[in-house]
Design a protein around this ligand. Structure first.
Ligand SMILES: *Cc1c(COP(=O)(O)O)cnc(C)c1O
Length: 298
């Protein structure tokens, strides 16, 4: 599968503050957001084995699910366009007069959008029965599956054994599961939940083997800033600070909350000295285009 991804642009960006260095805490950001503006960050990894499986089995259309801010659907639409597949997005809720930028992007990339009520959306199995056509290959919301996690595990190819803690944002939990699969026993995966969903850890562990469940990981629920895609002024201010001090762009839905959590946890002495942190910049920057144009300096 030949997609226009810039693997050469992925880099590890150090984040330095004297107060962190004084406590021997080393922090880096893994910039997989730089792979591509739309199939950015973790989305390619989660889609990869689904697309390969669909192609192997001769399916011509990828169908998946999401809400108005689904980076997953925008990425799926683009990847399918590039791979010569058709794409369908089942969207939670009625169609607004103005589509979110994310859904507009998906539609512009050829995705057929089908809107279903919030209530009907809960029963994905029924939706499949209702809409499916013979050549549709279904991918769960957020690419959640063993195949999705298998792809996400490849993000670990950039992370060596010296890192003690790997921090990631979570939506469906697929990336976190993949990172746990790939982690060594001495490494701790820390998920920062971008939603108020308290049962997410079960979704993560469901994708793990009995051995993987024993590894070190924790999911934190205190950094959702009011819920999924909520972005109060305090979050926007933090994003500006991170941009000014590190030229690091973050997105309102996931990575800004992740970075905020990292800063806060360091300040609260969550990490012992000599910890070495890798923060996964999982992309999602196109989601910021839902903001008024002068909201952010990047
Ligand atoms: C989709 C997304 C996530 C969430 O990944 P999951 O595997 O669904 O938990 C995290 N960060 C960004 C930027 C995303 O777009």
């Amino acid at each position: 599968m030949n997609l226009p991804l810039d693997f050469d642009k992925v880099c590890i960006q150090p984040m330095l503050y004297d107060v962190w260095a004084a406590r021997s805490i080393e922090v880096s950001v893994l910039r997989i957001d730089r792979l591509h503006p739309v199939i950015s960050g973790n989305k390619w990894f989660k889609l990869k084995y689904h697309l390969i499986d669909a192609a192997d089995k001769g399916f011509g259309t990828i169908a998946s699910f999401g809400g108005a801010y689904s980076n997953h659907l925008a990425a799926t639409a683009f990847a399918c366009k590039e791979a010569g597949l058709k794409s369908v997005g089942i969207i939670r809720g009625e169609r607004d007069a103005h589509l979110s930028h994310t859904l507009q992007q998906a539609e512009d990339d050829g995705m057929q959008l089908i809107f279903v009520s919030r209530n009907d959306f809960k029963d994905t199995e029924h939706i499949k029965v209702q809409f499916s056509k013979p050549d549709w290959y279904w991918v769960n919301t957020g690419g959640y599956s063993i195949l999705g996690a298998k792809g996400a595990a490849e993000i670990f190819n950039w992370i060596d054994d010296s890192y003690t803690h790997i921090l990631c944002a979570t939506g469906s939990g697929t990336m976190m599961a993949g990172l746990i699969k790939a982690a060594k026993l001495h490494q701790t995966i820390i998920g920062i939940n971008s939603m108020k969903n308290k049962t997410l850890l079960d979704d993560v562990t469901f994708l793990l083997t009995a051995d993987e469940v024993q590894k070190k990981y924790v999911l934190l629920h205190d950094y959702h800033f009011g819920g999924f895609a909520k972005h109060p002024p305090s979050l926007i201010d933090f994003m500006k600070k991170v941009w000014q001090e590190h030229q690091l762009p973050t997105d309102i839905v996931y990575t800004a909350k992740l970075l905020f959590a990292a800063f806060d946890l360091i300040e609260k002495n969550f990490f012992q000295s000599n910890s070495k942190l890798m923060i996964i910049h999982s992309g999602g920057l196109q989601g910021n285009l839902s903001l008024a144009s002068n909201t952010l300096p990047f």
